[in-house]
Design a protein around this ligand. Sequence first.
Ligand SMILES: Cc1cc2nc3c(=O)[nH]c(=O)nc-3n(C[C@H](O)[C@H](O)[C@H](O)COP(=O)(O)OP(=O)(O)OC[C@H]3O[C@@H](n4cnc5c(N)ncnc54)[C@H](O)[C@@H]3O)c2cc1C
Length: 371
Amino acid sequence: MNTTARKHHEDHTYDVVVVGSGAAALTTALGAIDEGLSVLVLESTDKFGGNTAMSGGGLWLPNNPLMRRERVSDSRDEALTYLEATVGEPGDASNRARKEAFVDGIEDYITTTERYGFEWTRAKNYPDYYPEAPGGKIGRSVELKPVDAKPLGDLSKDSRALLPFPMMNGDMYLLTRAFGTVGGFFQGAKLVFRTLGGLLRGRRELGMGGALAAALAKAVIVDGKAPLWLNARATKLITEDNRITGVEVDNNGAPTIVRARKGVLMGTGGFDQDKARRLELQGVEGNPAGSPGALGQGIDMARAVGADMEYLEDAWWGATVQPVEGGLSSFIVGERSMPHSIMVDAHGKRFANESESYVDLGHHMLEHDDA
Ligand SMILES: Cc1cc2nc3c(=O)[nH]c(=O)nc-3n(C[C@H](O)[C@H](O)[C@H](O)COP(=O)(O)OP(=O)(O)OC[C@H]3O[C@@H](n4cnc5c(N)ncnc54)[C@H](O)[C@@H]3O)c2cc1C
């Protein structure tokens, strides 16, 4: 896509300017395209997709239409009860209105994306992280069926997806037992046949977060014809008469002004790769497994125009392992609870339930470290 530097004096005016190219940004872009608006997507790194493309691509969507179609019981009330029980209201960012907006928006999210060719499937065995909490259940998460990256053309080379084959969330825990259990062996065989089947049909299929990023990029950039500028880092929001009217961009080294008639959406992700900021706010240096563009620049830009922030002291934690030879750390999930294994600290002491959710494990690691 467009990675060439653009000149300062060119007129770049769109209805909506979307900063970032992960799920938050591209989903908003798709919503805007669906409303008939013109969209520009800005991405600071040389690849699109952010943490989304590197992720498991599992979406926790309670009371979703797929459950209703399969006659799996859930309700708005149970979803909200679960959110109140697990999230509560620690600050305004998690207020009741936002929880309701999330739960009430799920139907439209699924049916709109389906109109753009997204094929969702339920991760039937994936539990809520606190299934025992009021309103908790198993099987509320959804993921995309394998997505063919071929229609993306050259753009597919610019994806931040990690895995070049269609692994799905349902494969993961059984694959770790591929040579130890019958169920694991069949799951492994299914993945091999799925990959080969796709190749035989001339497809280059991706799964998990790679599939989500590819499906969004196809709908927004290929079919929706929204330009994607790579290596285009948004640096400042432009305000006029107390309204945000555009954004300043470092576009491949060229300072560029982009105007937005309707608005600018900040989908710039978190700050996992900004160690200095994590040390300052959370006291944790850590070994993040996220994308290199997650530097918190959107937070600074939003604050500069008066935005309030909450919860920066906490995070979506998880255990990672560091490669011996350097490079990106790997997020470990299923590996933690493999049969006959335990996790120990530097003194050989077990300190947590290896099978608890990654967020809880992260908290327990930090608490244990403090102690
Ligand atoms: C290994 C791993 C597995 C995960 N699995 C799951 C899962 O299964 N389910 C789940 O719900 N969550 C999962 N997560 C978390 C999830 O991936 C993130 O919460 C989610 O992808 C964030 O989406 P986003 O669109 O907000 O940000 P991102 O996807 O990170 O996208 C932000 C983009 O903005 C770009 N950007 C940043 N600053 C600028 C700037 N100034 N100008 C232009 N662009 C900028 C970044 O480079 C990046 O491409 C996982 C995370 C990891 C690391």
